[in-house]
Design a protein. Structure first.
Length: 559
């Protein structure tokens, strides 16, 4: 039900690779033929349903209901679930399409009482189903149906969902209704849903304390969606929600190792703390700049972010970083940047996957705000860690942007430091043992990721330098440093006499590192990789520019 049975060759990776290497045409279809037929039918149903007359709509919805009640499906529970999922997905896609594209006249057919009764019955049965994908599709479809039908249906459907949340004792049913309630609010939202917001908040806050993982997890998810949609309209409920987060965080039933033995697996799949932190992120967005002022909300928010950030769960740490980004945007004065940078260094060195990506995104925000402070706190060590990430994965997103932004903001005051750092990165040895490199060379193999800047006789290649893509980017950084210094118009970097008169150390000037620029340019221009050679020529051109400015361009008028 969740995914098609993969039994055809077009799904076999080895078969695809073999065909590609042999020059054979790859299969056009990305899914098995039976699945493709069903998908195509769903696409057609999505675009046509909303435009049908009332008789056709009644016939189609009645056929769906009768088909689900067929005795043949009762003898095959798996097939019944698959049919139910396809029907709910068909309705969800069709309603979403009608909500976006259909005119008011086209929507009148779905507002017909008979059609509405049939569709509503199908969705209400599905939203309390035990299977999560079916509940999610039904919840989204209920929200779209509100957008299409509107009017009295909004109050009726909302009241039915609230009644189910209060009366239904099946955890999956309550979870599905909580999600559907948030979908309804997303469709009507703002002032139109003002009268319903208090009821939704009270009900979901109560469910968030339910000991069952499915119930409190989806209730918290629903609250987060409502807060995001309500925005400033949610302000009257901020105190209540923050208190609920603290209470839930202290409850044993919400702990990863707490609660009953029977729900241990569910707690691992549905972590409550991550949902609590996501709700906190939404609340901080509503509080906004008010966090700059000393208040109970500020204290509670900082305390919760600190507690969530100290947790060892990667998912929770990611959500805590997102909350910190909110603080940096609305109230940067209350963030301990030194502690934050230290934490980011730990995440970059020990983290992986989403945690590392979230850290990179937040670090870019910090660099954009105050690169000079980052230089004092992180220094060369942080830059070397970032270059190390490029060694591991040259395609990692965000690292290059951080370094280039850092260079653009600080290289005018410290070009010598950046050039020296880039030179060390270029000459840095790889982690591969030298004997492995020698063995590869003797066998006639050469790793494209391990090509050096220089030729076989260069000192860089003899030291087993870093991978060529990282070296290429380091050369691009050298070029960016020279460009930033020239654009700044600071004469002291090209005029030693002016620098001495200003009391600046000569070794910190750009012109003082001219010899290092020449070494890097000539070593790169003899590399075995064409991209590195071209960038080496660019650095050589920078040397010419710096030399020309040193001799003629930025001297005093009387010189």
């Amino acid at each position: 039900m969740k995914r098609p049975v993969i039994g055809l060759l077009e799904h076999d990776r080895l078969s695809i690779l073999a065909r590609h290497q042999a020059g054979q045409e790859l299969p056009i279809s990305a899914v098995p033929a039976p699945t493709g037929v069903v998908d195509a039918a769903l696409d057609l149903f999505e675009g046509l349903l909303i435009y049908q007359n009332i008789d056709t709509l009644m016939q189609a919805t009645t056929l769906m209901t009768n088909h689900l009640r067929s005795p043949k499906l009762e003898r095959s529970p798996g097939r019944k679930q698959a049919v139910l999922y396809n029907i709910i997905m068909a309705l969800q896609c069709a309603l979403a399409f009608g909500e976006r594209h259909a005119s008011r006249r086209d929507k009148e057919g779905m507002s017909n009482t008979g059609v509405l009764v049939n569709v509503r019955a199908l969705l209400q049965d599905a939203v309390v189903d035990r299977e999560q994908p079916i509940r999610e599709a039904a919840g989204s479809a209920i929200g779209s149906l509100v957008g299409v039908a509107g009017g009295q249906y909004v109050n009726n459907q909302t009241q039915w969902l609230v009644d189910q949340l209060v009366q239904n004792r099946v955890p999956e049913g309550r979870a599905g209704c909580a999600l559907a309630l948030s979908c309804v609010y997303e469709r009507i939202g703002g002032l139109s849903a003002g009268s319903l917001l208090r009821t939704m908040v009270n009900v979901l806050s109560t469910l968030s304390m339910d000991p069952h993982p499915i119930v409190h997890f989806w209730s918290l998810r629903a609250m987060s969606r409502i807060v995001d949609c309500a925005s400033l309209t949610y302000s009257p409920f901020i105190d209540q929600s923050l208190e609920m987060i603290v209470t839930s965080y202290l409850a044993e039933t919400h702990e990863t190792d707490g609660g009953s033995v029977g729900s241990a697996n569910l707690r691992g799949d549905l972590p409550a703390y991550s949902s609590l932190c996501r709700l906190l992120h939404a609340l901080i967005g509503v509080i906004g700049p008010e966090l700059q002022e000393q208040s109970p909300n500020q204290e509670v928010s900082l305390m919760l972010i600190h507690e969530f950030g100290q947790d060892q769960q990667d998912g929770l740490a990611v959500e805590a970083i997102r909350c910190t980004q909110q603080l940096l945007m609305f109230a940067p004065n209350i963030v301990d940047t030194a502690e934050l940078v230290s934490t980011f260094q730990t995440h970059l060195e020990a983290g992986h996957g989403p945690l590392r990506i979230a850290t990179i995104t937040a670090l870019y925000q910090v660099v954009q705000r105050d690169a000079a402070l980052m230089s004092k706190l992180g220094g060369n060590r942080l830059v070397e860690i970032l270059f190390g990430l490029l060694d591991e994965d040259p395609t990692i997103d965000g690292v290059r942007q951080i370094i280039l932004s850092w260079i653009q903001q600080t290289s005018a005051s410290m070009p010598a430091g950046w050039i020296g750092l880039c030179q060390r990165i270029i000459n840095k040895s790889t982690t591969a043992p030298k004997q492995d490199a020698a063995k590869s060379a003797s066998n006639g193999f050469q790793d494209d990721e391990g090509q050096s800047l220089g030729s076989g006789s260069s000192a860089l290649e003899a030291n087993a330098p870093a991978r060529w893509r990282t070296q290429l980017f380091a050369l691009e950084c050298v070029h960016a440093v020279v460009q930033a210094v020239v654009a700044s118009g600071r004469r002291e970097h090209f005029d030693i006499m002016a620098a001495k008169q200003a009391g600046l150390p000569v070794e910190l000037l750009l012109v003082a590192r001219l010899s290092d620029l020449i070494k890097m340019a000539f070593a790169a221009s003899t590399a075995s990789t064409s991209e590195v050679r071209l960038q080496g020529l660019q650095v050589l051109q920078d040397v010419v520019v710096v030399s020309w400015l040193h001799l003629f361009g930025l001297r005093p008028a009387h010189g």
